[in-house]
Design a protein around this ligand. Sequence first.
Ligand code: SAM
Ligand code: SF4
Length: 478
Amino acid sequence: MGCQMNEHDSERLAGLLEADGLVPATDIDDADVVVVNTCCIRENADNRLYGQLGHLKSVKDRRPGMQIAVGGCLAQKDRDLVRARAPWVDAVWGTHNVGRAAELLALARTGAPVTEILDEADGSAELFPSALPVRREQGWAAWITIQVGCDNKCAFCIVPAVRGPEVSRPFGQIVDEVADLARAGTVEVTLLGQNVNSYGRDLTSARRSDPQWMDSPAVTGPAWADAERPRARPLFADLLETVARIPGIRRVRYTSPHPKDLRPETIAAMASEAAVCPHLHFPLQSGSDRILAQMHRGYDAERYLAKLAAARAGIDDLAVTTDIIVGFPGETDIDFARTLEVAAAAAYDSAFTFIYSPRAGTEASARSDQVAPEVIAERFERLRVVVERSALAKHQAREGRIEEVVVEGPSKRNPKVLSGRTAQGKLVHFPPGEGQVLLAGSFADVKILRGAPHFLTGELLEVTAMPTHRRRLPVSAA
Ligand code: SAM
Ligand code: SF4
């Protein structure tokens, strides 16, 4: 139901349940177990969840043996409320004990329904989704959690409350996982963290001296472990470089970085490592210094634009995307005009624009100066126009170029056309050659014919590499 971290948790849940003997169902009506993995960062996730649980109740009334479970950050936040509002739910778990899913479902089968929410995780396998079996949806690409939680206190954001403080995964564990994936044919990895570019901040000497973590390159990475020990801790840039050099890995992406933590070393690693994609997601949130201060973002518009200029100067042909919230409490017309100005100056390739949504328990939700929905709707539309203008210009500037595209599969709108992504993360639609079947994960050179605000269209010139990842074959019991 939510962000990439939530989707990766779903992959991990699927992996755990498959390891426990379950097989994926194609239809809810055939499922013995249905898990709703919730996210509460934006929108009215509560209504969606309880609406969905209402529908599942009618399925369960027809098939009483079916089990319904709710996990994820809304469950973490609501705890006992989930079963109070939907007593037909068999198991509820939070963000820190996803690894217990199969056990909790088994427990619920033998006795009463269970709710188990932990305030913090109790081991690195629990903390880091990828340390458990994962059923990855696409063998050629994989998400890797490198850090969980967030130490910032953005006034609008529920993440610190539901995901806890920042914890970085040991360097060596990440590198080993990527190397294993690469050996199995994965060519693209996306490093995930709520605040991904502050990776390593908590790998301080105090933590490294803990016997469980040990003071070793497996935790800290080779740059720190050098004889001269040049840094007090591993940097995100060290990880980026190391992962990019793993044989077989052709594309490295990461999300979501925080602008205040963008360091010159990261820009340098992006510039020098061919496998690191020239794409920076750089969440602005607001262009008004007054609102940025109230959000506790740790930068103002000038510093944000200066860092962006440094990234563009350092990294060739960089695509830049962002997140912007419209209607933070107290946002005036003047504040919003600044957001439009800064968005225009940043000239984004695309943007996720969000209507501010009060999240119970956050600092901003307690404010009495919430902005009227009709004012937000009008601002939202004006921001859309500004973002689409720069996106269209960026995309039209690519017309006539030859781009390397990784095929993702048939286009959602027109199955006769293939969709893929360029290194910059741009969606490209192009027809395959006559009678040609191009599998997901293939690399192709595509000539860009037309740029639209949200995608490119092109023509296939040449297939340059076929996928080598292991594919899942249907297995029959007979
Ligand atoms: N850590 C990242 C950062 O600091 O930019 C963002 C992670 S957050 C999961 C993803 C995006 O959700 C944020 O960048 C923000 O734009 C949006 N978001 C978070 N809380 C929100 C809220 N209460 N209302 C609207 N959008 C929200
Ligand atoms: Fe939320 Fe701010 Fe942390 Fe991002 S940096 S996850 S917006 S608290």
